[in-house]
Design a binder for this molecule. Structure first.
Ligand SMILES: Cc1ncc(COP(=O)(O)O)c(C=O)c1O
Length: 378
């Protein structure tokens, strides 16, 4: 039997802390071609459409691998040889999309914005007007680099007005932040199992209208990351084309049940928002300030500048917190020294209070004055 109580709490945006019952659900060997397992896959695909608030004219395509595989599958399968993508970048995951497009030799332009600012829809409007060759627009919803929440609503409407295809990396926001996939519309929405739906790593998924998936036929630049072929596999016999991560899927089926029992996106989003508010208050009392302005800060993950103190060294701080049973995330900003605290996963406000106590104890153990002098904010 697993000793769940020995697991450290993960204040990270995935893999994240999961419930004991999600971990328990993995303790089975499932035959990947067996009809009971096919039923699990079917239930998951239907459940994902419910989370997205869409119906039978959409499909959920599951894909082995982490979130990056899903993004690569979409970019590599959706954009035709004669197409061209505009990739909106304001953080590391937007940069990764641009890099993916470059590696796959997909014609693309990059619309790069500051890491602390959301993309300006008016600027995007001008770019689309001036560049009729652009066929697709790809952007990250919650840029987990900083926790910034990009405005997919006005941008999605704009992209639709310009009759371009809209690709959204909703990795860390899906299930946690309401997304009107049909209304915007989002043509390809990508996320993964170990984020807001609180499963374990092992697969990602793409939710798209069937007519968009049909357009992907023959476009893929990869065999295993062929979104159309993967979808057709499910349509044909309900199976993954290649060996599925059976244990991760069993865990995810349980995670989805728990997600629906909690009350779906509104309830999960409310819990994460309460976690985030508790974190900001408690860290604020210790002198920390978030990197982002409140207006664009999500409740998924928050970046804080290092405190200004000669004895503050992030590796020591990380180790001190780990010794106290808490795992945080290093920063990912290009210019500033930050660390990040995630507020998603099986966490509750009281866990954030405990984390802030551990932060205070750790700083004191390192000889850093508390309250801290905050580092530069964005
Ligand atoms: C917004 C976003 N996109 C892409 C990824 C890449 O996902 P993975 O690390 O699962 O490949 C992440 C990971 O956290 C993410 O937050």
């Amino acid at each position: 039997m697993i000793e769940h109580s020995q697991d450290k709490l993960l204040f990270t945006p995935g893999p994240l802390t999961t419930s004991p019952s999600v971990k328990q659900a993995m303790l089975h060997d499932a035959g990947s071609w067996h009809f009971e397992f096919a039923q699990v896959v079917k239930t998951i695909r239907e459940g994902l459409l419910r989370v997205a608030g869409v119906g039978e004219d959409y499909a959920a395509v599951l894909l082995q691998g982490s979130g990056t595989y899903g993004v690569e599958a979409v970019l590599g399968s959706a954009i035709p040889a004669q197409g061209k993508a505009l990739i909106v970048v304001n953080g590391a995951y937007g940069e990764r999309m641009a890099k993916t497009a470059a590696v796959l030799q997909i014609p693309h332009e990059v619309f790069r914005c500051a890491e602390s600012a959301t993309p300006d829809p008016a600027a995007l409007d001008s770019i689309l007007r001036a560049n009729p060759a652009l066929t697709h627009v790809a952007m990250v919803h919650c840029e987990t680099t900083t926790g910034i929440l990009n405005p997919i609503e006005p941008i999605g409407r704009l992209v639709a007005e310009h009759h371009r295809v809209f690709i959204v990396d909703a990795m860390s926001s899906f299930g946690a932040v309401p997304i009107d996939a049909r209304g915007l519309p989002v043509d390809f929405l990508i996320s993964s199992a170990n984020k807001g739906l609180e499963g374990v790593p092992g697969f990602c998924f793409v939710i798209a209208p069937r007519h968009r998936l049909l357009e992907c036929e023959g476009r893929a630049r990869s065999l295993s990351l062929d979104l159309f072929a993967q979808w057709q596999g499910f349509e044909k016999n309900g199976q993954f084309r290649f060996t599925p991560p059976t244990h991760a899927l069993l865990a995810f089926a349980q995670a989805l049940r728990e997600f629906e029992a909690e009350g779906g996106v509104p309830a999960r989003g409310a819990r994460y928002a309460a976690n985030h508010a508790t974190l900001l208050k408690a860290m604020g009392e210790l002198g920390f300030k978030p990197f982002l302005p409140a207006a664009c800060q999500s409740y998924i993950i928050t970046a804080f500048g290092y405190p200004v103190a000669p004895s503050f060294h992030f590796p020591d701080f990380y180790r001190q917190l780990s010794d106290r049973g808490m795992i945080i995330y290093p920063g990912k900003l290009t210019q500033l020294d930050t660390f990040r605290i995630g507020t998603i996963g099986r966490l509750f406000p009281e866990d954030l209070v405990r984390l802030a106590h551990a932060v205070e104890d750790s700083l004191q153990a390192m000889g850093c004055p508390v309250p801290v002098t905050p580092g530069v904010t964005g």
